[in-house]
Design a protein around this ligand. Structure first.
Ligand code: ZN
Ligand code: FE
Length: 255
């Protein structure tokens, strides 16, 4: 049996995610943006929380841990970096570690840049990537704690995943990301198609995730900093992908 995944809005623009193993009944929440909304989602599904898989230390990803831990006595798995103040952690994980949720298996990828402690969880057999604030659909997280080469490197790791890997990101920022990306690559047909799809999804009140790694590779300008036409579009023809990426990120920050 394969994993069941539920997604639901949390806080103003976060996604809440539950991943459930029907064989064992185990259920993990990816991050804990809002305990109340996660409890409601669990009750709707009839599931009991066994694990919280934390991606990074920001409040909108850890704010619900204490309440969930008190209610379910679940295991809290968090990044290796003990320098960050995540409370009530049971297990620290680093690059190459695996985490089991019942019989489901996730690999841990260190994806620093947005924060230094940021990790992503890759459920290979279930084709599900939980990448929080590293990779968004048609965008990426702001680089708060790392630098541009570090973040670019993290994005390359995710880009190398199989094309049919589903991307479950941390925030619903897709419409604004599409607007920015079209300013850089107005003639990219994959981006144009994605723009039309996102307009439809938003009008229908639907989430714009998950997407696929394949689609992000074609339409997400932040994964395309090593495409010569993208470098040229920001006036950096011939420069390194990390420099082009940095320029894209700075322009988006200002936009
Ligand atoms: Zn964050
Ligand atoms: Fe966030």
């Amino acid at each position: 049996m394969t994993a069941e995944i539920r997604l639901f809005p949390c806080l103003s623009d976060n996604f809440g995610y539950l991943i459930h193993d029907p064989a064992t009944g185990a259920t993990a929440s990816i991050d804990a943006p809002d305990a109340g909304q996660i409890i409601q989602a669990l009750e709707r599904a009839g599931w009991t929380l066994t694990d919280i898989l934390v991606t990074h230390h920001h409040q909108d990803h850890v704010g619900g841990i204490a309440e969930l831990k008190a209610k379910y006595n679940c295991r809290v798995v968090a990044p290796h970096d003990k320098g960050t103040a995540i409370a009530l952690v049971d297990e620290r994980v680093k690059e190459g570690d695996t985490v089991k949720v019942g019989n489901l298996v996730a690999r841990v990828f260190e994806t620093p840049g947005h924060t230094l402690d940021h990790i992503s969880y890759v459920f290979d057999a279930d084709r599900a990537l939980f990448c929080a604030d590293t990779l968004f659909s048609i965008g990426c997280g702001r680089v708060f704690e790392g630098d541009y080469p570090m973040m670019w490197n993290s994005l390359l790791k995710l880009r190398a995943l199989p094309n049919d890997m589903r991307v479950y990101c941390g925030h619903e920022y897709t419409a604004s990301n599409v607007k920015f990306a079209l300013g850089i690559e107005p003639d990219n047909p994959a981006l144009q198609a994605r723009a039309a799809e996102v307009t439809k999804q938003r009008a229908a009140g639907q989430p714009t995730v998950p997407t696929l790694i394949r689609d992000e590779k074609e339409a997400n300008v932040f994964l395309r900093a090593d495409v010569p036409s993208v470098a040229a579009a920001v006036g950096l023809a011939g420069k390194s992908p990390a420099e082009v990426f940095g320029e894209l990120r700075e322009r988006k920050n200002k936009g």
